[in-house]
Design a protein around this ligand. Structure first.
Ligand code: ZN
Length: 131
């Protein structure tokens, strides 16, 4: 599976955008509000992959809870797949634990599904598919 992006939880998207622009020497190519996950995200190109910064928009957002528990930092790794339904079945059969029964619409208008970090050495895994 191809690494699509690495997601980083941040408290303040605007100051983190400045920081990562300085680090990567390139401004984010996109900023988006993902209503159903109550996060504002920005994306940076980094070679063939991307960096996604996620800022919570509400205290009940999963990103807000993550920051509260662990502080800012790497939140998930996302892999691009051709058929998210088939991959979900394959991964379930292989013992990975999906956090949802059906894919949902995530950032960049992709279909996404997350897998519990306890089945993947503490790393939250996202698989995503172009729509
Ligand atoms: Zn992501």
């Amino acid at each position: 599976m191809k690494l699509d992006h690495i997601g980083i939880a941040v408290s303040n998207l605007s100051s983190s955008n400045d920081l990562f622009t300085k680090l990567l020497k390139e401004a984010p190519f996109k900023e988006e509000l993902v209503e159903n996950q109550k996060v504002k995200v920005s994306f940076f190109h980094s070679g063939d992959t991307k960096i996604e910064l996620l800022e919570p928009q509400a205290p009940e957002s999963a990103i807000a809870k993550f920051i509260e528990k662990k502080g800012e930092g790497i939140h998930h790794m996302a892999f691009l797949v051709d058929d998210i339904y088939a991959e979900m079945e394959r991964m379930k059969a292989d013992g990975f634990l999906p956090l949802q029964d059906e894919p949902r619409i995530g950032a960049n208008n992709k279909l996404v599904c997350f897998f519990h970090p306890k089945s993947t050495n503490g790393v939250l895994i996202e698989i995503c598919q172009e729509r």
